[in-house]
Design a protein around this ligand. Structure first.
Ligand code: UDP
Length: 412
């Protein structure tokens, strides 16, 4: 029997910016369950100090109300040099806390599923003298921001060939890149082919009414209120007799607004749900922003998608990925979305079933298992040294300008 102590210790780095990184971390932890001792760590939320630790709280409002600013930053960092410069500038400011996290939980392997926890933790780990292999699992499938890629990683896992190309352009050696898909939990893989009425009954919904499921990722992003109103108005006039469930995620203001609406059709309003597989199993159609985690889960479940928006830049490719394969339709305007939902849910419309097939054809339901195996193959193998000489930084937080500038211009 394998005892706990000889299992490799794997630290998975994620952050609560949205819900996708946590979902990816959980799906990998689930896949590794009996073969490793896994700790899920958020350096951003639980270790570093203000302003870095405000990132997760700011993410939802930022993307919701100032997507242009998000896009501007995405564009500004579309250069490897600028990304490198920023990481170098930030390193001396967060090094102590990041090192403390690794010193407390000395890992045998580190896996990051977050673009801002790549180069800095790798460098901190090596400066501590820990040679553990370091793996990046990129959770933006098609157009990932450049910040994800670090040539010193032992392995970089991407979901598609275009993402692999971006990695190569960022200097990641091709023999250290694997295209394995986006990790999702096992429960999503068993949805395809299951009877929907039973799944709806289980959730306390009317089993006979088709279900339109509306979500906005973990942070409840997107114009969910006007969208929900327009969809409900259309469904009230349609013959399909459909019902709607709206998942507001962590957006409590939105949840309250939705709960106080007088809906003309049966509507269930929820906050952050832990049983997303059950909701996808019950749904006939998903209406969502182009969040990579949600879309990957929808493809495993074989659910057609109406994409109502996307985070400019990093989610651009997700929209075309689904549209080109006939698994999704992009529509932003609430009235148009309402019309599409009522058309697709019409009992005599064959398009819904066709889109469901197309959606399922895109799925990589076993990606988490494949990534887990690739990670375990690295166990016991010494990690690659960071290609530069380690820099000596003061351990105190009150850095002098000179010391900080030293870190900034350190020529790695
Ligand atoms: N999610 C969840 N419960 C909720 C809302 C979302 O578990 O109430 C999960 C969802 O299943 C998906 C993730 O959060 O795995 C959202 O990730 P995505 O990449 O779609 O968007 P993000 O929230 O990261 O912007």
């Amino acid at each position: 029997m394998v005892t706990e102590d000889i299992l490799p210790r794997i630290a998975i780095l994620m952050a609560h910016t949205g819900g996708g990184h946590l979902s990816a971390a959980r799906s990998l932890a689930e896949a590794l369950e009996t073969r490793a001792r896994v700790t899920i760590i958020s350096l951003v939320d639980d270790y570093v100090e203000f302003p870095w630790n405000a990132m997760s709280v700011a993410y939802g409002p930022w993307v919701n109300y100032a997507p242009w600013l998000y896009h501007l930053i995405y564009r500004a960092f579309a250069s490897r040099k600028r990304v490198e410069f920023t990481y170098r500038a930030a390193y001396p400011l967060v090094r102590r806390e990041v090192s403390a996290a690794f010193a407390a939980d000395w890992p045998d392997i580190v896996v990051t599923v977050h673009p801002l926890q790549t180069q800095i933790p790798l460098r901190a780990l090596r400066e501590l003298g820990n040679p553990a292999p370091f793996v990046t699992v990129v959770t933006d499938p098609v157009t990932p921001p450049i910040a994800w890629f670090c040539p010193d990683m032992d392995l970089t896992v991407v979901a598609t060939e275009p993402a692999k190309q971006t990695a190569i352009e960022c200097g990641v050696p091709p023999d250290r890149i694997r295209v394995l898909g986006l990790p999702v939990r096992k429960a999503f893989a068993s949805i395809w082919g299951r009877a929907k009425p039973a799944a709806r009954s289980q959730l306390g919904l009317d089993p006979e009414r088709p279900l339109a499921l509306l979500t906005g990722g973990g942070a409840g992003i997107g114009k969910l209120l006007p969208l929900a109103r327009a969809i409900a108005r259309r469904l009230a006039r349609a013959t399909c007799g459909a019902q709607m469930a709206i998942i507001a995620g962590r957006n409590q203001i939105l949840q309250k607004q939705l709960q106080s609406e007088p809906w003309p059709v049966p509507v269930k309003v929820l906050g952050f749900v832990e049983d997303m597989p059950n909701w996808l199993a019950a749904a006939d159609l998903l209406i969502t922003k182009a969040g990579p985690g949600t879309l990957a889960e929808a493809t495993c479940a074989g659910i057609p998608v109406i994409i109502t928006g996307h985070i400019p830049g990093q989610e651009d490719g997700n929209v075309t990925w689904l549209e080109q394969h006939g698994a999704g339709i992009y529509a932003r305007e609430p009235e148009r979305v309402g019309q599409l939902v009522s058309d697709l849910l019409r009992p005599d419309n064959p398009l819904l079933a066709h889109m469901a097939e197309q959606s399922h054809a895109l799925a990589h339901c076993d990606a988490a298992e494949q990534i887990a195996q690739a990670v375990l193959e690295l166990a016991g193998r010494p990690g690659r040294a960071v290609t530069s000489a380690p820099v000596r930084h003061p351990t105190k937080r009150n850095l002098t300008l000179k010391e900080w500038m030293g870190g900034l211009y350190d020529n790695r």
